[in-house]
Design a protein around this ligand. Structure first.
Ligand SMILES: [Zn+2]
Ligand SMILES: [Zn+2]
Length: 241
């Protein structure tokens, strides 16, 4: 496989993980704006286990804590408090630090891990190992390292960081008195998460885009398009839109 094609595959993998993060972890699990069919939930859990090693309870704890203390002392990853480039480049460090904080641990009390998460998906590193081994089997050792490496770099050091870092400092606001900013371009590559000012205004809303006045570019929310598709197949249900 050509190295450039392998990097493209890494980008595709990072997009898959990002879409699962925004639809399932964020809008579904954390904010309960949408519920998914158990088969879809299992697929999302499997995908996240193989590609990110994220523990759903920890992710929801840290994110809800961020909503409670947005850009105030206590916020696990505020670029206003820590500096833009610290969060932009060190988001993973801030996330890991928050997961060890006793005040954050178990903060999302409504989360109930599934049987699969408590048993098969319990070991996060095993998921990443199996995911990489499967990739090796399909495309070979070197291409799989390039794919896994570019995916990890994009997911851990670029895409998530744009939301927690850049979108809290730069962009435009639909809601001037609400924290964070919107960025249409970032929204396109983060499953809609770049519309972060809209999200902070109404965190329980499954839809992150807002209607724009005539003459302005539309806000596109790819994650919500997937949710609508799953709803049309009776595989998801929007609680709040
Ligand atoms: Zn935020
Ligand atoms: Zn949120």
């Amino acid at each position: 496989m050509h190295p450039f094609l392998a990097i493209l595959c890494g980008f595709f993998l990072a997009q898959l993980a990002t879409i699962a993060t925004t639809t399932y972890l964020h809008r579904g699990s954390t904010h309960r704006a949408v519920t998914f069919h158990p088969v879809v939930e299992f697929f999302f859990q499997l995908l996240l286990w193989l590609t990110t090693g994220i523990n759903r309870q920890e992710w929801c704890d840290v994110h809800l804590y961020h909503h409670t203390y947005t850009d105030k002392p206590g916020d696990p990853h505020s670029p206003i408090l820590e500096g833009l480039w610290h969060v932009q480049l060190g988001n993973l460090f801030y996330y890991r630090r928050a997961t060890r904080d006793p005040l954050v641990k178990g903060y999302a009390k409504h989360i109930k891990l599934s049987w699969a998460e408590r048993t098969i998906f319990r070991n996060n590193l095993l998921g990443l190992f199996i995911g990489t081994a499967l990739l090796c089997n399909v495309v070979g050792f070197v291409p799989s390292l390039i794919i896994a490496g570019s995916h990890a770099l994009l997911y851990l050091f670029f895409l998530n960081n744009l939301i927690n870092g850049w979108c809290h400092i730069r962009g435009y606001k639909n809601y001037p008195n609400t924290p964070a900013f919107n960025n249409r371009l970032i929204a396109l590559i983060t499953g809609g998460e770049g519309l972060h000012n809209n999200h902070h205004e109404n965190p329980g809303c499954a839809n992150l885009h807002r209607k724009q006045p005539a003459g302005k570019f539309a806000e596109i929310d790819p994650g919500f398009l997937l949710i609508k598709l799953l709803c049309s197949l009776n595989l998801a249900k929007i609680t709040r839109a």
